[in-house]
Design a protein around this ligand. Sequence first.
Ligand SMILES: [Zn+2]
Ligand SMILES: [Zn+2]
Length: 262
Amino acid sequence: MARFITLCSSSGGNSTYIGTATEGVLIDAGTNNKQLTLALHNAGISDESIKAIFLTHEHGDHISALKVFAGKRNIPVYATGGTLSGLMNLGLLDGRFPYEKLMNEGVSIGNMHISHFPTSHDAKESCGYVIELPDRRVGVCTDTGKVTGEILRALGTCDMVLLESNYDETLLDFGPYTMALKARIRSDIGHMSNPLCASTARELLSMGVRRFVLGHLSRENNTPDRAFSCTNAALKHTGAEEGRDYILDVAPVGSMDKCIIF
Ligand SMILES: [Zn+2]
Ligand SMILES: [Zn+2]
């Protein structure tokens, strides 16, 4: 059985375990070593099960636990060349953990194959991932200001997709952020709004994806209810029924596990 566990998911920190009970990878390593260790322990995943960490990009909410977490366990880290250069600039590639640049053909680890696709974000070379497990395909797509055809083609092959649903447009408009930060978030190299997430999920449903988890919600500019309602309405609008034609979940905001066995 496949395990999909969001260990933390919000603009404050992101990390997701994808694999089986005994073999898997982490996508990103946000928050800190203590919280990630605790979240994995609570989910019943041992250190030995984590075969590698794949990074989407070098922003703090995706790498803040990397130095200690990967260093202590000597876990190999995979990232694009751009992300690795970002880590180098941050002084993180100092021999604490092994690392490797992602190649176009992807990476095979044990019974898994991991491939990546470019996202549109204000980082050096951000990406999303498709993780092929023996009997499931899982996609992860966060931190992108637009959803390209390439992203849809990659995610459309998956059984389950973790999609960013970062902000509610009204909450962002009237929220505490500066005009510059609001513009950055809304831009093509920012984040996915609830409506963009909803239209993406609708497209993916038509391509055969049946299970959606919404993540990377902003604490300031979104709520789990707003994110859920927006995407659920779009999926229902196609005539599909929740529970029968699709399953929709929202990852808890902050450092709380959500474990889906499927
Ligand atoms: Zn980012
Ligand atoms: Zn992020």
